[in-house]
Design a protein around this ligand. Structure first.
Ligand code: FMN
Length: 381
C-alpha cells in the first residue's frame, strides 16, 4: 500500500500500521481503559443526518472561518500532539508545513519535538502553543514569556490531563519516554527496520519546549514522572485566571466539557474553549464532544468561541459540528496516521482530502459559506 492509495482516514491508519513499530502505532491509536469513549467520539456523528437544500447556485465555496481572532482558510486544524518525531523523522515540521500550505492552524505540544520558535520562524500560519500547568509558577511564567516572544498566536492550556489516562496498550508494550519496552515490544521494532533506520539517521530526539527547563530527553525524567512530579494537580480557576491575565491575548482551555466550566472560562477572560476528551485517551466513559456540543452552544455559544475536537474523521463530521454551532473543528489522529505513513506529503494529502470533502459536502448541502450551515440542516435519529 502506498500514499496514493490512501483515500480516507482508515486507509492512512492502515498504512501507518504497516510502517510503524506496533508500540508506537498503539501509542497513537490507543485510548484509555476500554476505549469506549474513543469509539463513541466518531460514532456520535453517525446519529446525526444532514438535510441538504438544492438549486442554490453553489459555484463558489468559501469555507474560511475566524476563530479566536485567527482567519483559517479551512474550518479544520491540527490539534497539538506530543512526540511527532517518533511517528516520522520530519515530526512537527511536516505538520506545520502542511498546515501552512492549507492556510490552517497547527498546535505545538509542550511535549513537541521541534521548538515553537523554529516553527514560528519558518511558517506564518496561525500557531497554538499547548501548555501544561507546572507546580513551579516561575517556570510557567518563563515558558509563557518565551512563547509570547516567539510570536505564538494562541495559548492553549490543556485541563483534562491532570493525571495520565490509563492506556493499557502502552502498559502492555512498555511504551514510555525514555523507552522501557517489554521484550515483545522490543521485538516489534525489529519487524520495522525502515523506521529504525530513519530514526537513527536523522536528528536526535529532543523535547525543546521542556529541555531548557526540565532534564527530560537525557533520560533523567520520564514523561510519566514529568506528569506526576512537575505538573500541579491542585491547579484551580484562580491559577488559570492569573495565567490568562499574564498572557494578555487569545487564550483557550482544551478539554472542557460542562457548561458550568465554559461559563467559568468566560468569566476569567478566555476567548475559546476546546470541547474535547483528548481523543478518548483520558477519562474513558466521558461523553463525546459532538453529543455534548448543542448543550454548550445553546448556553454560551454567543459569548466564546467553541471548538469541537475528538473523533473527527470526515469532512461531513466537520460540517455537522459547524452546523451545531462550533466555530472550528480540530483533530489529532486524522493527521497523525498520515504523518506516520508519509511525513509532510502524507499530512498534505490528509488535509487536501478533508478540504475536498468539506467543499463537496457544502456544495451538496447548498451552502456557499460556513455561516449558512445551521441546525435547520440537521436531524438526529
Ligand atoms: C498521539 C497523541 C498525542 C497527543 N498529545 C497531546 C498533547 O501533548 N497535548 C494535548 O493537549 N493533547 C494531546 N493529544 C490530544 C489531541 O490534541 C486531540 O485532543 C485528540 O487527538 C483528538 O482526538 P482525535 O485523535 O480523535 O482527533 C494527543 C493525541 C494523540 C492521538
Amino acid at each position: 500500500m502506498r500514499l496514493k492509495h490512501c483515500h480516507n482516514f482508515h486507509d492512512f491508519r492502515k498504512l501507518a500500521k504497516q510502517r510503524l513499530p506496533s508500540p508506537i502505532f498503539d501509542y497513537i491509536d490507543g485510548a484509555a481503559d476500554d476505549e469506549l469513549t474513543c469509539r463513541r467520539n466518531s460514532r456520535s456523528f453517525e446519529e446525526c443526518d444532514l438535510v441538504p437544500n438544492v438549486l442554490k447556485g453553489v459555484s463558489h465555496i468559501d469555507m474560511s472561518v475566524t476563530v479566536m481572532g485567527q482567519k483559517l482558510q479551512m474550518p479544520l486544524f491540527c490539534s497539538p500532539t506530543a512526540l511527532q518525531r517518533l511517528f516520522h523523522h520530519e515530526g512537527e515540521r511536516a505538520t506545520a508545513g502542511a498546515a501552512a500550505k492549507f492556510g490552517t492552524m497547527f498546535g505545538v505540544s509542550s511535549l513537541g519535538t521541534v521548538s515553537l520558535e523554529e516553527l514560528r520562524k519558518i511558517y506564518n500560519t496561525p500557531q497554538v502553543y499547548q501548555f501544561y500547568f507546572h507546580k513551579d509558577r516561575a517556570l510557567n511564567q518563563v515558558m509563557m514569556e518565551r512563547a509570547k516572544a516567539a510570536g505564538v498566536d494562541v495559548m492553549m492550556l490543556t485541563v483534562d490531563s491532570i493525571t495520565g489516562g490509563n492506556r493499557e496498550r502502552d502498559l502492555r508494550n512498555g511504551f514510555s519516554i525514555p523507552f522501557r519496552l517489554t521484550l515483545s515490544g522490543m521485538l516489534q521494532f525489529a519487524f520495522k527496520p525502515m523506521w529504525g533506520i530513519n530514526y537513527v539517521t536523522h536528528e536526535s530526539f529532543k523535547l525543546p519546549q521542556l529541555d531548557d527547563h526540565v532534564e527530560m530527553s537525557g533520560g533523567a525524567l520520564s514523561i510519566g514522572r514529568y506528569f506526576t512530579e512537575m505538573l500541579e494537580p491542585s491547579m484551580n480557576w484562580d491559577d488559570v485566571a492569573e495565567m490568562v491575565k499574564l498572557w494578555d491575548g487569545q487564550f483557550c482551555l482544551k478539554g472542557v466539557m460542562s457548561v458550568e466550566d465554559v461559563k467559568k472560562a468566560i468569566d476569567i477572560g478566555c476567548t475559546g474553549v476546546v470541547l474535547s476528551n483528548h481523543g478518548g485517551r483520558q477519562l474513558d466513559g466521558s461523553r463525546s464532544p459532538f453529543d455534548h456540543l448543542a448543550e454548550v452552544v445553546d448556553a454560551v455559544g454567543d459569548k466564546i468561541d467553541i471548538i469541537l475536537d475528538s473523533g473527527v474523521q470526515r469532512g461531513t463530521h466537520v460540517l455537522k459540528a459547524l452546523s451545531l454551532g462550533a466555530k472550528a473543528v480540530s483533530g489529532g489522529r486524522f493527521y497523525l496516521y498520515p504523518l506516520a505513513a508519509a511525513g509532510q506529503p502524507g499530512v498534505e494529502r490528509a488535509l487536501g482530502l478533508m478540504r475536498d470533502e468539506i467543499e463537496r459536502g457544502m456544495r451538496l448541502m447548498g451552502c456557499t459559506s460556513t455561516d449558512q450551515l445551521s441546525r435547520g440542516n440537521l436531524r438526529f435519529r
